[in-house]
Design a protein around this ligand. Structure first.
Ligand code: SAM
Ligand code: SF4
Ligand code: SF4
Length: 373
């Protein structure tokens, strides 16, 4: 069994105060986004609201590592909704235009719609609302979809790795029925959180036999199915390159039955490569983080449940913004600190993995269930 290392190495002592106060000269010019060391603008913020989850997907929170002895973050260490919204406002000022709530399972955080409401009220310097989305395993979605929409959520992404009930149960390591996840997806669409994106992590030899059934099921439904390459996030899932099915193979398998045409996507901020069914039955996407790294367009910052700022999904450490927030920093000081951290960002892990830099795969990495996808 692998150790869940983020409890020690990644977090450091609580409130370690590694983030220094920066001067106003760290701030970008008025109307300009913060840019990192590779000139990538700060455009997206993912906020992980909890490290807890009611599933134990084998590729994310394997039960032998996340068992009853696992210590989750105590509630007092989590950022409050007000602290999250205040931090998000600072990011919006620095260029963020899209915010995604994630986890853990974000719908487990009590009264999450209150946070959605606070974030929906944010305005860009141009006076526009931000695009506000949430990624969920769907288990609580049928119950919560309407309240989330009313609070101001724009859309949802639902993770679902198989239609086959037994395989779904094995992959999510839960007895929650896949039929209820499907009901959650429909409830979200009915509530106006559309189009719903459905994320399927593909593991060769585990659920690649579900690619066609999933494609068939969601064709023509208005939902957008997206296939994600299995990634080497964290250090507990025993990732192995042999289990990665390249997205090009996924597209080839589907196109054999349903002809596809590529759609254009802006490389900056792009995650998925988009395809459309030639017969007009809708759109699918592939997220090829392993075989086709897209670091050069990566505009995403990630905030952990207790206020650590991570600059990459594969980072070894986060910057302790909570110490600043709770230490009395005002918004200008917080903005200058974040801009300074972003300006120094040089992360490009997936490109290094592709280039096969020998030390890359040995770096300690934050857990996916802690930082969100
Ligand atoms: N619990 C929510 C869910 O499952 O949608 C949100 C958090 S989950 C960590 C976010 C996304 O990360 C999910 O779509 C999940 O499938 C994906 N994910 C987790 N571990 C992964 C891995 N090893 N490779 C690729 N995607 C992964
Ligand atoms: Fe939970 Fe999402 Fe991770 Fe599955 S992928 S264990 S649902 S956090
Ligand atoms: Fe962004 Fe890091 Fe993923 Fe590259 S590896 S796309 S820098 S999160």
């Amino acid at each position: 069994m692998s150790k869940v290392i983020y409890l020690t190495e990644h977090r450091g002592p609580a409130g370690s105060g590694d983030v220094q106060f920066a001067g106003a000269d760290a701030l970008p010019a008025q109307g300009q986004p913060a840019r990192d060391a590779r000139a990538r603008p700060l455009r997206d913020l993912r906020i992980s609201v909890t490290d807890r989850c009611n599933f134990r997907c084998t590729y994310c929170m394997p039960r032998d590592a996340f068992d009853s002895n696992h210590v989750f973050l105590p509630h007092a260490q989590l950022l409050s909704f007000e602290e999250m919204a205040r931090t998000a406002a600072v990011f919006v000022r620095l260029g963020v235009r899209k915010i995604r709530l994630t986890g853990g399972e974000p719908l487990l955080r009590k009264n999450i719609e209150t946070l959605v409401g606070l974030l929906a009220a944010l305005r860009t310097p141009e006076g526009d609302p931000v695009e506000l989305t949430l990624t969920t395993n769907g288990s609580l979605l049928a119950r919560k979809a309407r309240a989330l929409k009313e609070a101001g959520l724009s859309r949802v992404t639902v993770s679902m790795d198989a239609l086959d009930p037994a395989l779904f149960a094995r992959m999510s390591d839960t007895d929650f029925p896949v039929a209820d996840v499907l009901r959650g997806i429909d409830a979200a669409a009915a509530a106006g959180l559309a189009p719903v994106k459905v994320n399927m992590v593909v593991r060769r030899g585990v659920n690649d036999g579900q690619i066609l059934p999933m494609a068939r099921h969601f064709r023509g439904s208005g939902h957008i199915l997206r296939f994600i390459e299995y990634m080497d996030v964290g250090s507990t899932n025993g990732w192995n390159m042999a289990e990665v099915l390249p997205s090009a193979d996924v597209i080839a398998r589907i196109a054999e039955h349903f002809p596809l045409a590529p759609l254009q996507t802006d490389p900056m901020g792009r995650v998925a490569e988009r395809w459309t069914y030639a017969d007009g039955a809708g759109e699918i996407g592939v997220i090829s983080s392993v075989t086709q790294a897209f670091c050069e367009g990566c505009t995403r910052a990630r905030l952990s449940p207790e206020g650590r700022l991570f600059l990459c999904l594969f980072a070894s450490r986060g910057h302790d913004l909570r110490a600043l927030i709770r230490g009395g920093a005002d918004d200008d000081q917080l903005a200058a600190a974040v801009a300074g951290i972003w300006a120094a960002r040089d992360d490009h892990y997936s490109e290094r993995r592709l280039a096969d830099t020998p030390d890359v795969l040995r770096d300690p990495k934050v857990e996916m269930s802690y930082i969100g996808g």
